[in-house]
Design a protein around this ligand. Structure first.
Ligand code: SF4
Length: 333
């Protein structure tokens, strides 16, 4: 059967004064129902554009999409906006880093959840309100009957994110796309939100695409991982395999950028010298070459994403070398 979400050869470009600027190129991804895909990359890697195109949110008239994004058997690329909006409410929901993106300060959280429920169902006001209270309880909010009367600013950041998740699941979406939903929260609350999402996918079979730059979060929640660099996937595979043996020099560098000592949320992607290429830079060859300690002559061509072990890897280094740099430790020192 077709997976819940199937992205094939997705490319996203933007028309600019300098010509067409490629943000995402040739990305293919799949998410099964009840599974979590972690999409990892630095800012500017194209992960957010990929995510937005999943929901048809690239409403920028200068955006040019090609390829295929199929959600629950329906093709989203090229779908009219009116139908996309329906799908966004009913089949897919989005959670952002800042809960206030989804909440308005001028209404109680109860009002906002009830509106969301009634927009997508024929429930009475009363029934929608009961459902809102039940959803807040399910999302781990204590005393939900009182919280529905509160305004967003009266709640903590963690509670607001729970409210947003309650709104997202109110329409029983098949897919949740989450963009750094725990980044702004402290470690304890972050763990609670991850546990909540994990429970939702188990109880409801919801598929989740989780965008983050935080490998620690990926290891906790994802089943599969795709690492993006400069608009392309450079490595993907099952989370255990990729964490045990990262094969792309970039992925390897990401792991090395995690300080070895346990501490508060270390996994910012700051450990690799150099910057990701600015978008629109004329691109020939491997985009990581300027930062890669292993670059050699063949890297002047573009490496294809090819199967290697349990992963798919876009790099010309032979397999043995990749095993070697993994053991040798420091790649980019
Ligand atoms: Fe480095 Fe070459 Fe592999 Fe690119 S293809 S990551 S430049 S070794």
């Amino acid at each position: 059967a077709e997976p819940l979400l199937q992205i094939r050869d997705l490319s996203v470009a933007f028309r600019t004064e300098r010509g067409l600027v490629q943000a995402v190129e040739g990305v293919s991804l799949e998410v099964e129902a009840g599974r979590v895909l972690g999409l990892v990359g630095e800012s500017g890697s194209g992960k957010t554009q990929t995510l937005l195109s999943i929901l048809g949110l690239i409403l920028d008239p200068n955006a040019v999409l090609s390829g295929s994004v199929r959600l629950d058997g329906e093709e989203l690329v090229g779908m009219p906006n009116r139908r996309l909006r329906r799908i966004r409410g009913a089949k897919a929901a989005m959670i952002f880093q800042d809960p206030m993106t989804a909440l308005t300060p001028v209404h109680t959280v109860g009002w906002q959840i009830v509106e969301q429920i009634r927009a997508h169902s024929s429930l009475s006001n009363r029934a929608a309100r009961d459902k809102a209270v039940a959803l807040l309880a399910e999302c781990g909010i204590p005393d939900p009957a009182r919280v529905v009367e509160r305004y967003p600013h009266e709640l903590s950041g963690g509670m607001r994110q729970r409210v947003v998740i309650a709104m997202a699941v109110s329409c029983e979406p098949k897919l949740i796309v989450a963009d750094e939903p725990t980044t702004a929260l402290d470690v304890t609350v972050q763990a609670q939100i991850l546990a909540l999402l994990d429970r939702l996918r188990r109880d409801h079979g919801t598929g989740i695409v989780f965008v983050t730059h935080d490998l620690g979060v990926v290891s906790e929640i994802a089943d599969t991982v795709a690492v993006m660099y400069a608009g392309r996937i450079v490595e993907s595979g099952p989370v255990q395999a990729l964490f045990a043996a990262p094969r792309h020099p970039y992925t390897h560098g990401l792991f090395n950028s995690i300080p070895p000592l346990r501490g508060p949320r270390p996994a910012r992607l700051t450990g690799i010298p150099g910057l990701p290429p600015s978008r629109g830079a004329p691109e020939t060859g491997c985009a990581f070459a300027p930062r890669c300690a292993y670059a050699f002559a063949p890297c002047a061509a573009r490496p294809p994403l090819a199967p290697e072990g349990a992963q798919r890897v876009a790099c010309f280094l032979p397999g043995e070398t990749k095993q070697g740099f993994r053991r040798a430790g420091d790649l980019a020192a």
